[in-house]
Design a protein around this ligand. Structure first.
Ligand code: HEC
Ligand code: HEC
Ligand code: HEC
Ligand code: HEC
Length: 138
């Protein structure tokens, strides 16, 4: 294969990847996120570094394992829709109706998945040791 042809193929491939994810570009899916919300009654724990891209690409999780927008009890969020911060619906101070408070939303999402995978004997992330997620408070 000559070099020009290889470059063309690569360009085509990159193009396809962008087309297949629709309106999203690579820059829309953050690589690493420092989760550090304000407004908790007490801010006891340090921030949490979250390997967002790895969770999707390497651990092969679906966006909808974590992102949702419920309508009539059904998650209607789909890839390409805007992503709101968890804190825009989950209040850091209190539970509102059946919408759990922010700390519990994160813990339930992150830790429950890790725990379930651990139970199934699969490779997983932390769920017991706080400091494997929470950094030291500065
Ligand atoms: C799988 C990762 C993970 C583990 C393990 C974990 N947490 Fe968290 N926790 C989070 C995330 C993410 C947040 C949201 C942080 C934020 O919004 O600043 C959070 C928030 C909190 C908060 C509320 C925010 C604050 O700073 O006060 C507390 C308290 C907390 N965790 C305590 C604990 C304790 C205690 C443990 C161990 C028993 C623990 N967490 C283990 C991920 C984790
Ligand atoms: C394992 C859980 C998980 C998966 C899988 C996941 N995300 Fe996220 N994503 C998060 C968390 C947590 C945040 C931070 C939101 C917050 O703390 O408010 C986030 C943030 C984002 C943001 C940034 C929002 C902002 O405020 O800047 C975008 C965009 C996003 N995700 C898109 C995606 C897309 C698209 C996919 C699938 C290709 C995906 N995510 C898969 C958990 C996940
Ligand atoms: C647009 C508002 C909205 C956003 C943004 C949102 N949530 Fe939720 N979430 C809800 C509502 C409403 C429920 C209750 C659904 C029910 O019980 O019918 C819920 C339920 C949950 C649940 C329990 C049920 C389930 O789906 O597992 C968890 C865990 C959760 N949210 C975590 C998160 C996390 C983590 C984020 C950010 C990545 C987030 N939520 C962002 C509105 C939201
Ligand atoms: C639906 C399942 C699922 C959810 C939800 C999830 N994780 Fe994970 N997580 C995994 C898997 C799978 C691995 C690693 C498996 C491996 O090592 O191959 C992992 C690994 C990790 C690790 C260690 C390796 C690394 O990439 O840093 C951390 C820390 C972590 N997760 C934090 C979080 C936090 C914080 C959240 C919530 C915002 C979260 N995870 C939500 C499945 C999940």
């Amino acid at each position: 294969m000559n070099k020009k042809f290889a470059t063309l193929l690569l360009a085509l491939f990159v193009g396809l990847v962008f087309v297949s994810v629709g309106v999203l570009t690579a820059a829309d899916v953050p690589n690493e996120i420092m989760i550090q919300n304000e407004g908790y009654k007490k801010d006891k724990k340090g921030p949490v570094k979250f390997s967002h891209k790895k969770h999707h690409e390497e651990y092969k999780l679906a966006c909808t394992d974590c992102h949702h927008h419920y309508e009539g009890g059904k998650n209607v969020w789909k890839e390409g829709d805007p992503v709101k911060k968890c804190s825009s619906c989950h209040n850091p101070k209190k539970k509102e109706g059946k919408v759990m408070k922010l700390q519990n939303a994160y813990h339930r999402n992150c830790k429950n998945c890790h725990k379930a995978l651990g139970k199934a004997g699969k490779k997983t992330g932390p769920f017991k040791k706080c400091n494997q997620c929470h950094q030291k408070k500065s």
